[in-house]
Ligand binder design. Structure first.
Ligand SMILES: [Zn+2]
Ligand SMILES: [Zn+2]
Length: 260
């Protein structure tokens, strides 16, 4: 399986997953033109994308889906409540291209299951994606990681995990009071320390690659995310690069490919 982040953060999220037979996007929160250009760097034609799975209806996750579904006829997968909200908000027009799932489903050789996350959207989810050989979990936009969420991601070989903000930078930063409260709440976004604690548990459980994403450009830095996670790993005697590989994906920058 190959994983590439085309962009990650509140200005737009889009992740590319490739197996032997299948090409998938999770979220499409950047323009179709940008998705097309980034995929071209991977020698992938946008028309080859088999499906897009949506985590929740916030614009940084759905911005490109209308054009993807109409111009390129790509099926969009979302749970019923999220799909309904997408149409209500006018993010997509062609109902024929929306596929609502209620239980795990397959796209060619990929099996996809969703799990509930805690975020201020109508029915937000994370995904675990399997191809029979290996698996990937994506968990961003959640104010906390419950045991149920942890159970859903702990057996994946690679996990993309939100590490949104440094709590001190958020508290002393420029955001309005109510925005800070929203981000810090259980239905907001995950802090570096919370993410690092989860990452330690994942590493101890044998997860090989932990990729941090949805990093705030105002209340965080990529170096801080990485250093903080390394610190947590070292304090638990986990050897970074040997026991676990850590990475950080950025906004508006295509990541290196993770192959696992
Ligand atoms: Zn988001
Ligand atoms: Zn969101």
């Amino acid at each position: 399986m190959k994983f590439v982040s085309l962009s990650s953060g509140s200005s737009g999220n889009c992740y590319y997953i490739e197996t032997q037979n299948t090409k998938l996007l999770v979220d499409a929160g950047i323009s179709t033109k940008r998705i097309k250009n980034e995929l071209a760097k991977l020698q992938v034609d946008i028309a080859q994308i088999d499906a897009v799975c949506i985590t929740h209806e916030h614009v940084d996750h759905v911005y490109g889906i209308d054009v993807l579904s109409r111009k390129y006829q790509i099926p969009i997968y979302a749970n019923v409540l999220t799909a309904k909200r997408i149409f209500q908000n006018g993010y997509m027009k062609d109902t024929d291209k929306m596929f609502c799932f209620q239980k795990p489903f397959s796209v060619k050789d990929i099996q996809i299951s969703s799990f509930e996350i805690w975020h201020d959207a109508v029915c937000p989810v994370g995904y675990t994606i399997e191809d029979g050989q290996t698996s990937l979990s994506i968990l961003t936009d959640s104010g906390c990681v419950t045991e149920k969420m942890y159970e859903a991601i702990k057996n994946s070989k690679t996990v993309l995990l939100e590490s949104n903000h440094d709590i001190q930078m958020l508290k002393t930063g420029p955001y309005p009071y109510m925005t800070k409260q929203r981000i810090m709440s259980e239905v907001g976004h995950l802090s570096n320390n919370d993410a690092a604690e989860v990452a330690v548990r994942l590493a101890e459980n044998g997860v090989q690659n932990i990729i941090f994403g949805h990093v705030s450009s105002t209340n965080n830095s990529y170096d801080l995310v990485y250093e903080n996670a390394v610190g947590h790993m070292q304090s638990r005697k986990i050897d970074v690069d040997k026991d676990v590989v850590l990475g950080v994906v950025q906004k508006n920058v295509i990541s290196a490919p993770y192959i696992f």
